[in-house]
Unconditional design. Sequence first.
Length: 92
Amino acid sequence: EEAEGGAGRQSVEKLGVLLLNLGGPETLDDVQPFLYNLFADPDIIRLPPAVQFLQPVIANFIATSRAPKSREGYESIGGGSPLREKKDEQAQ
């Protein structure tokens, strides 16, 4: 953009920032469902077409087995992922 007023025109640069993350559980009760949704996503775990029907089974197995340890980790940092709060702060 250029400022109005002929002589002494000044160019104004605009800067955009794109913030992305995969999210995280907001509460301890969200840990296992979050893990399930993460591993049920075919972009996270890519299976050959012949066995794609196993995606929910694999996601459930991983989520169930990892949830207790992940839950402990989230509990140690306040009971949920700080990502959303931090992202919202950065966006302002």
